[in-house]
Structures are given as C-alpha cells and as structure tokens.
Design a protein. Structure first.
Length: 413
C-alpha cells in the first residue's frame, strides 16, 4: 500500500520549525509494509492544500495530513477539508466533552477559540484526540481515505498508534506482514562491507532484502522480509540473520536497531559495568546521548563538564604542568581527564573529550574541529585525535559519536 503525506504550516516553510512528523509516519508505516511515496509541505493556504490533495489522490488511495488544526484564525485546514468534501461545520458534543476533560486535567479555563475546536465537518468520522484539543478527522471518497491529524508531534503519534494505523489496515483489509532485523557493524567501509556480503546477498530468498545505512564509523544493516505468512517470515529472517552474524563475527557488535549510545548501554548492562564521562568541547552532549536511553541510570554514574582548565585541575586532577606544557587540547590532557573521572566516580569505564568546536579558537597547529578523545576500560586507555569538518553543532555531534564508538571498540576487542 502506497501512502502520501501532506504537512501544513507556514512555520515549516520559513524554517522556524522542522518537520519531524512525516519521517516518523514513514517509519511507523514501514513496520506494517506500507510505503510513503511522497511528502508534500504546503502553507496555510486553502488553494495550496486543495491542490496538494488533488495531486496526491491522483497517485495513491491514502493521504495522511498533519497540521493546521489549531484554534487560531490562521489554521484553516478544517474549513478547507469541509469545502473539499462537500460538507458543513457542525458542533460535535463528543469532541467538546473530550476538550473539556483535557482542560480539567490541565486545570485550564476554556475560551471561545478552544470551544470552536468542537466544530467538525459533518462528512467526516471523528477520531478523538486523547492528548489534545484538535480532533482527528477521517474522510472517505470513492475508496480513498484522508486522515487529518494535528501537527503537534505527541498528539499525532498518539492517535496514529491508538487508532489510525489499525483503522487503515481494517479498511483496506490488509493482512500483509513486514519484519525487520537490524544490526550495527564496525570496522568496515560501505563498499568493503558490500564486497564481503556479495555472496550472502546473492543467495537471499526473494522475499528478503538487505539495506546498508551508513553513519560515521558505523554501518546499520537491515534485513527486511515481506509476505503474507508472518511465522514463515520470522523463521526465514532469523535464519538469514544467523548467517550474517556468522560471516561478520565480532564486527557485528549490536543485534538491534539502536543508537551508538544504546549499543554501549546494552554492553554495559550485559556486563554489569558502569560508565562516567569528562567533557570539555562536547559540553555534556555525550552524557545527554547516554541518558536518553531508557534504563541508563543502571550503568551511567555521571559526568563532569570540565570546560575550564580550573575544573580540569581541581576536579579531574589534570596536572597544571600537563596543561601548560601540552595544552588543554592534547593527548596528555584527555588521558588524565579520563583516568581522573574514572577514579572520581568509581566507574568501570570512562570517556573524555577536549577540543576546539569553533567557530573561533583555532590555530595552524590545532585548527577548528580538532578534538582529542580518550576512552578507558579497566586499566586500559586509548586516545585519538580527530579533525572534524562542519559547524560547531556538527563538530560536537561527530565528536560524541566517535567517542561512543571508541569505547565500544575498546570494550569489544
């Protein structure tokens, strides 16, 4: 089943807000074997919304729409859809009761603008929004379906999971299955990995495809099986995944679809070991990525953001002689930082970073993007210098991922 997504909002097209809804929708639908074939972003203009609908319905039977359902005058999606499907706005008591319940829970006072959220086209089926005031509207015409959902990501995700996906599958009598098995692979370039797996790919059953999803330092491999019998697909994808693991050995270091922080967390949890961080140029971003993982409190002791030399000396026990002799951005400094935070927080392993994220502060010897990273596991330490390209945010992000990968590599040698 092919689906198109229409995203509505002036704020998206002026760069004030980044659309995350369409990517999330595409990922969720892919889990059931449905594919998003096109994503269109339009302004809050009735004509542009109508044109997008006409174009999408010319290609697919399902259109999912997000945005433009707020209580303010610039949110014109509801009236536009009413006109498009030939209905009129009517007051829906069930929607109003839902809005009242939400306002009671939040201890807010309802005004006329919010009360108007209860007006919906009389040609749609209402799906209650259990976490927001904007109702979800389901329209049907000539076997085609449009679902209009709020643009607030938490609201859209909730209603998709609770109601929309199951209703769509029921409406189109879809019984197909799609299964994924994803793993993380290190120590390969994409081209070399492709050569290594060429014979494996050639013998894959026709119902299974292999995808390469490279990121800096790591490649995600995804096996996808499609068909009508889920039990058969499960067996065959498990068999192929076992072959993949046999071929790659220790290079396949994580058997789930996760981030590097998630993969590191799995290793630490399995071993019952702990982690600490000492960050200068990354400013706590490594700790942020680690603590985004559910259950990270089991293995993450904590971190020190040692942005100044004073903190490096007083908290992490970096010697003043090291800083004056080699500088804060040096192998010697990060090695003392990583051992210092390991002792300070009594952890089994540790990460330390020090560098020049930019845009200023660089020199000929140490240009912007220079980052020293040290990792420590037990009594073993390693340090490496990187020169990352990009702006400040990109340097921090790349340093973070490189640091996590370095520790994984040290722990899995």
């Amino acid at each position: 089943m092919n689906v198109e997504v229409i995203v509505i909002g002036d704020e998206l097209l002026i760069g004030q807000v980044t659309d995350t809804n369409s990517g999330w929708i595409a990922r969720e639908l892919n889990h059931i074997g449905w594919e998003v074939t096109e994503i269109t972003t339009v302004r809050d203009r009735s004509r542009e919304i109508t044109d997008a609908l006409n174009s999408s319905f010319g290609r697919v039977d399902v259109v999912l729409m997000t945005g433009g359902l707020g209580p303010t005058k610039d949110d014109i999606t509801k009236q536009t859809l009413c006109d498009y499907f030939g209905g009129k706005l009517v007051f829906d008591e069930s929607v109003f009761a839902n809005v009242e319940a939400i306002f009671r829970r939040r201890k807010l006072t309802m005004n006329d603008s919010t009360r108007n959220q209860a007006y919906v086209p009389n040609v749609c089926t209402v799906i209650q929004n259990t976490v927001g005031t904007a109702p979800v509207m389901w329209f049907e015409r000539n076997g085609k379906v449009l679902v209009s959902m709020p643009g607030v990501p938490t609201e859209m995700k909730t209603v998709m999971k609770e109601a929309v996906i199951s209703r769509l599958r029921e409406y189109f009598q879809d019984h197909s299955s799609i299964l994924h098995r994803t793993c993380l692979v290190k120590d390969f370039t994409e081209s070399r990995l492709s050569e290594t797996l060429s014979d494996f790919e050639a013998q894959l059953p026709v119902c299974i495809k292999l995808a390469y999803l490279p990121t800096p330092g790591v490649i995600r491999l995804r096996l996808t099986a499609r068909g009508d019998e889920e039990s058969y697909l499960q067996k065959i994808i498990d068999d192929e995944f076992f072959k993949l693991r046999t071929i790659l050995g220790s290079h396949l270091f994580c058997s789930s679809d996760t981030t590097l922080a998630g993969a590191l967390g799995s290793i630490l949890t399995e071993r019952g070991e702990t982690l600490a961080t000492a960050e200068s140029c990354t400013g706590g971003n490594i700790a942020h990525e680690i603590t985004r993982i559910v259950g990270s409190s089991v293995y993450f002791k904590g971190g020190v953001v040692a942005y100044s030399n004073e903190v490096k000396i007083r908290v992490l026990n970096v010697s003043s002689e090291t800083l004056s002799g080699f500088g804060a951005v040096s192998r010697e400094t990060v090695l003392q930082m990583v051992s210092g935070v390991q002792r300070l927080l009594s952890s089994d392993c540790a990460i330390a970073t020090s560098g020049i994220a930019g845009p200023g502060g660089g020199s000929v010897e140490k240009p912007v993007g220079t980052v020293w990273i040290a990792v420590r596991y037990g009594e073993r330490s390693e340090a490496e210098c990187f020169c990352f390209e990009g702006d400040r945010e990109q340097v921090i992000a790349r340093a973070t991922q490189s640091a996590l990968l370095m520790l994984i590599q040290l722990m899995t040698k």
